[in-house]
Write a protein that binds this ligand. Structure first.
Ligand code: NAD
Length: 454
């Protein structure tokens, strides 16, 4: 394992603190990403069979957008924020100063192996930290490329990429070194392990985890649009997306129409024979493939269902007649399989959602604002869309993160900068005013205290 103390020393030298330094590194990263564009496409094709178009929209483009936003706003973000001062402290003035955290660890997942690893790194750079990056070993081509890019453009005392098996590498990294923050994206199960390891050393964490994101289609929704938006986000990236709709609850009165429109949309997007669509994303590995294909026996297949282990291919699949007790309703699906339930009574539908509380996302399709409000209030979730799905992730003006089992903390845009800095409270007091009232003896001052402090 490479030594980590140089990263702490580099941070403590103050080298990463000037805005000019942070901007220069962000620009360097952007340039390197653009000049490695073709290699990134190749890596994502190799790891997930991602097409360049999908790779740009969901990986490279998002990262470039995030860097551009950070470069544009960093000079404002770092300015001390003047806040009010209460009467007791007048004539002091008060500020919130954003301090860099120190040396931080960013652990990435395999599903968007480039974007979900680099996006938090951008926040960490904007925050003025030194950074250790641990990409996912399950996307080996992308992991190797991230390591290559980082090594090529940054000295190891500023940013270090460590590859390898997470269960080995992360405890090893944390054994003799106390990180100042840990940013983890991945499964809830591993998130718990990370949280425990961090707790041992009182390290603050951001945990971007998963969950079963429900999607509700009400009777008054635009069914064609709902079907199209759900189909595209459920089957993009082979459904291996933390914000994809996990299952859909459709009002009984529009069930048949929804199924017909959903099938039509899927054919339109991925072709009559998605098996031979070279741009349809594959399942990451055989372990995930075997887990997913077991779900197919847990209901009645309405569309798709075919699979090919050798090619890690699973049809875009819609199924119904699924028991709420089935495994497919107990675990996050994270693949191109969509269970469909119909409901007439919203209360019953909410009971099913309650089986897996606090999802990362909740989607409601309806044209009635009262219905939408009722659903939003009834289903606590990390993030949401109304008449849409998954796109909330791409708007850097919105904080992204879970609640409860789906995560701790938030990031994207300015929220990333907040995550990777500490809001230091600063009270500045002039010396020309130093009244005795503030000093002992206190006897006889109670009346005045009661007047001023209330
Ligand atoms: P994962 O938990 O298997 O691995 C993620 C990272 O953790 C990898 O870098 C891996 O090396 C490391 N890791 C694995 N075991 C570890 C251990 N014991 N100790 C320390 N590190 C370890 O997650 P994944 O399978 O790559 O990602 C899929 C999951 O991530 C899904 O549940 C999905 O919902 C979730 N996810 C969440 C978001 C989000 O933004 N909230 C985004 C993408 C994926």
């Amino acid at each position: 394992m490479p030594p980590l103390t140089p990263l702490r020393q580099y941070f403590q030298s103050g080298a990463t603190r000037p805005v000019g330094f942070r901007m220069a590194q962000l620009k360097k990263l952007k340039q390197a990403i653009l000049s490695h564009e073709q290699e990134i496409y190749q890596a994502l094709r190799s790891d997930l069979n991602k097409s360049p178009e999908e790779a740009w929209v969901t990986e490279i483009g998002l990262v470039i957008k995030e860097i551009n936003n950070a470069i544009r706003h960093l000079p404002d973000w770092v300015k001390p924020e003047r806040v009010g001062t209460d009467i007791v402290n007048l004539p002091s003035s008060s500020f919130v100063v954003r301090d860099p955290l120190g040396t931080v660890l960013v652990i990435g997942p395999w599903n968007f192996p480039f974007m979900l690893t680099i996006l938090p790194v951008i926040g960490a750079m904007a925050g003025g930290n030194t950074i250790v990056v641990k990409p996912s070993e399950f996307a080996p081509a992308t992991s190797a490329l991230i390591s290559k890019i980082i090594q090529a453009i940054f000295p190891p005392e500023y940013m270090l990429c460590v590859e390898g098996e997470g269960a080995v590498v992360v405890p090893e990294l944390m054994k003799d070194f106390r990180f100042d923050h840990l940013f983890y994206t991945g499964s809830t199960a591993v998130g718990k392990i990370i949280y425990k390891m961090a707790a041992e050393q009182l390290i603050p964490v951001t945990l971007e985890l998963g969950g079963k994101g429900p999607c509700v289609v009400e009777a008054d929704a635009n069914i064609r649009v709902a079907a199209r938006r759900i189909a595209v986000t459920k089957f993009s990236n082979g459904g291996q997306m933390c914000v994809s709709p996990d299952y859909v609850l459709v009002h009984e009165s529009v069930r048949e129409q929804f199924i017909a429109e959903f099938k039509k949309a899927t054919v339109q997007f991925f072709g009559e024979d998605p098996k031979n669509n070279n741009d349809y994303v594959r399942i990451i590995n055989h372990r995930q493939f075997d887990r997913l294909t077991k779900y197919l026996a847990e209901g009645h297949i309405l569309m798709g269902g075919e699979h090919d282990r050798e090619r890690l291919y699973i049809d875009p699949t819609l199924m119904d007649q699924v028991s709420p007790d089935a495994m497919v309703m107990k675990e996050e699906i994270f693949g191109p399989i969509l269970p469909l339930f119909s409901f007439t009574d919203a209360k019953e539908a909410r009971q099913l959602i309650q089986q897996n509380p606090d999802p990362l996302c909740f989607y409601i399709f309806s044209n009635n604002s009262k219905t939408i409000k009722e659903w939003q209030e009834a289903v606590p979730a990390g993030t949401s869309c109304i008449n849409n799905a998954s796109w909330q992730f791409t708007n850097h003006h919105l904080p992204f993160g879970g609640r409860g089992a789906s995560g701790i903390g938030k990031y994207h845009g300015h929220f990333s900068f907040e995550t990777f800095t500490h809001p230091r409270s600063v009270l500045k007091t002039p010396v020309w005013f130093d009244p005795d009232i503030k000093y002992p003896p206190m006897k006889g001052k109670l009346g005045l205290f009661r007047k001023v402090i209330r």
